[in-house]
Design a protein around this ligand. Structure first.
Ligand SMILES: [Zn+2]
Length: 316
């Protein structure tokens, strides 16, 4: 069985793994990311991959998934919001250091690929769309059985499709992006506003936050929502609503076999997926005239980055 190495590069850690053809992780390692130091981050990635390659000399290639914009050739990091990288020729550097062919891909694309191959969309053989909800929002699109990278490597930036014309300002320069209405940050914003306006409905949430609406965190919202807190549940219903609207637009655009919601917020289960799925069905055009693709929660969890990157490396 052919083995490959996957490396998942985030703002706080670099995680590596040796992965087989079925998506099983046979060995793993991780280091802290020296995020302020581009050369140090690059070397940490190469060391994580080299260590695994020494332990498993039968591994044939390396895949790297990074929280960054990657160029069309899949060779250079153009920009990374949480890492001090600009125009970093990462792919060839790691390949040369470790002595194995290497691929480089955006982390949300990598996670989508992992779900398509081994996770929530593994029954699909042609197409899927995934929205990953973290602090911000990422996305990935698979069409014709291939990860769709677009003309410039920029496809799947689904956090920056517009939800609300002239809405909340986004870091990307637009107004009203999905990321401003359906991300982890949006969840916190909705909950804080709700707790200020209706403190009596946010009793459990405010207790967890020490009485201060500005101290409310994402984890507290999940905990309070599970315990029945009205404002915390509303906050999930709001981001679920906007996710559902976006999913309906994406279903109309791509007609995928399945749509997936990933990221830390899916830990909230039906508190998020219920409103998402209801809104999605309500928003579909010409309802009842077409088969409806399901919207489901991701299944790969924290291993998606390593497993997806390693599987893309199998396709070099
Ligand atoms: Zn934006």
């Amino acid at each position: 069985m052919t083995l490959t190495i996957g490396v998942d590069v985030g703002g706080t850690k670099v995680a590596g793994g040796v992965v087989d053809e079925r998506g099983n992780v046979l060995a793993a390692n991780r280091r802290s990311t020296p995020a302020e130091d581009p050369a140090g981050t690059r070397d940490t990635i190469a060391e994580v991959a080299a260590e695994l390659a020494r332990e498993h000399p039968e591994a044939v290639s390396i895949g790297i998934g990074a929280a960054a914009w990657i160029d069309a050739a899949g060779s250079t990091v153009l920009f990374a919001p949480n890492l001090a990288w600009r125009d970093e020729p990462l792919r060839d550097y790691v390949s040369k250091q470790v002595g194995l062919p290497t691929v480089l891909e955006n982390d949300a694309n990598v996670a989508a690929w992992a779900e398509f191959r081994f996770g929530a969309a593994r029954q699909a053989d042609d197409s899927m769309v995934m929205i990953t909800v973290g602090t911000g929002i990422g996305g990935g699109i698979v069409l014709g059985g291939k990860l769709w990278r677009g003309a410039n490597g920029m496809a799947g930036e689904l956090g920056h499709i517009q939800s609300v014309p002239d809405g909340h300002p986004c870091g990307c320069g637009r107004l009203g992006c999905l990321e401003q209405y359906a991300s982890g940050n949006a969840l916190v914003r909705f909950a804080r506003a709700g707790a200020r306006q209706e403190p009596e409905r946010a009793a459990q949430l405010l207790e967890l936050a020490g009485g201060d609406p500005l101290a409310i965190s994402g984890r507290q919202i999940t905990e309070a929502a599970r315990a029945g807190d009205g404002v915390a549940r509303d906050a999930f219903a709001q981001i679920g609503y906007w996710l559902g609207v976006a999913m309906a637009d994406l279903a109309q655009s791509f007609d995928p076999q399945i749509l997936v919601v990933g990221g830390g917020v899916i830990d909230a289960g039906d508190l998020l997926m219920g409103p998402t799925q209801r809104t999605y069905r309500d928003q579909l055009a010409a309802r009842g005239r077409f088969p409806i693709a399901e919207v489901v929660a991701a299944q790969m969890g924290n291993t998606a980055g390593v497993v997806g990157a390693a599987d893309l490396a199998r396709r070099i």
